[in-house]
Design a protein around this ligand. Structure first.
Ligand SMILES: O=C(O)CCC(=O)C(=O)O
Length: 307
């Protein structure tokens, strides 16, 4: 990772062409240490809180505060998995996370693909992979399967932002290049509970072309919502993979997700969104607060709104 902030003004024509051809794109070194640090600080604060609880309960000898980001969870987990497990599945939403997903370099890149008015989905997740657990290890799927059949055809752009290096051993992303042009596949329960968590598995295609997407902290992986991807269990001894994942769409798209009972596809629009760039074309609809994890609950947004 580079140490000095770079200037960045969006994707090149060749990067855009690669994204459309392959369905994904690696942006090497998009972020410097300073860009990632606020998100890492959020994570440390969450670890501080949980560790303090366990130390008070006599379940952990110390909070290992002096250890760096790379080592701290590993050191704690030699005594208890409870801290690592408490970070799982999107329970965290701190201001540092929001700063990272609204970093201008990332938004410039996203705008190159989605257009100038961007919404970020209200649900953004830290995806930690704990060695030997299947949490966060997901079988083949397409993120757009969770938006279809009601979603319009706008690009759902996923930004996969590793806070530490991700490789085949600690559970990087695996993709089938070009598969975003195939189809939207049905899902079924998978039969590999040792490898993957409870998520449904897309099926009915040839996966022999899959490749690992090994990246370093500071890189970002963009992928298309239709790209077939999966992510295996963390097989390292004590390398805690931590990745932040967020979805972006053009603000002119409706977001017909979690359509309430009785609402029609034609009217559905999940207005629990964050206008992250440009003007909200549907401001007249107002904003809702439906999701349990919401960017709008984030302090950074409150600060931005009151500025
Ligand atoms: O974090 C991972 O390895 C998998 C993420 C993923 O599949 C997703 O966010 O859809």
């Amino acid at each position: 990772m580079s140490t000095a902030p770079q200037t960045f003004r969006g994707l090149t024509a060749s990067q855009i062409e690669t994204f459309h051809r392959e369905g994904y794109l690696i942006l090497p070194d998009l972020f410097c240490d300073d860009d990632l640090q606020p998100a890492i600080d959020d994570l440390h604060r969450a670890i501080d809180a949980k560790a303090a609880e366990l130390v008070a309960a006599g379940e952990l000898s110390q909070d290992y505060r002096e250890c760096g980001f790379e080592d701290r969870l590993a050191r704690i987990s030699r005594e208890t998995d409870a801290v690592a497990l408490s970070l799982w599945n999107g329970v965290l939403h701190g201001p540092g996370f929001f700063r990272l997903i609204s970093n201008p370099k990332l938004l410039d890149a996203a705008e190159s693909l989605c257009g100038e008015e961007l919404i970020a989905s209200s649900v953004y997740r830290l995806r930690p992979k704990i060695p030997h657990y299947n949490y966060g290890a997901v079988p083949w799927h397409q993120d757009s399967a969770y938006f279809e059949p009601y979603c319009d055809k706008s690009l759902v752009l996923i930004a996969w932002i590793p806070l530490v290096d991700a490789d085949a051993e600690n559970g990087c992303l695996w993709v089938i290049p070009g598969s975003h042009k195939w189809a939207l596949y049905d899902q079924r329960p998978h039969d590999n509970p040792d490898e993957f968590d409870f998520a449904g598995e897309s099926y009915g295609f040839d996966d022999s072309g899959e490749i690992p997407v090994e990246v370093q902290a500071g890189d970002v992986v963009f992928f298309n919502g239709y790209l077939l991807h999966r992510s295996r269990k963390n097989r390292s001894a004590d390398d805690y993979r931590r990745v932040l994942v967020n979805h972006y769409m053009n603000a002119w798209s409706r977001l017909p997700w979690q359509t309430p009972e009785g609402e029609t596809a034609a009217r559905a629009d999940f207005r629990d969104i964050v206008m992250i760039c440009g003007e909200d074309p549907y401001a007249w609809k107002g904003i809702e607060d439906r999701a349990s994890i919401s960017l709008r609950k984030c302090k950074a947004i409150e600060e931005r709104q009151s500025a």
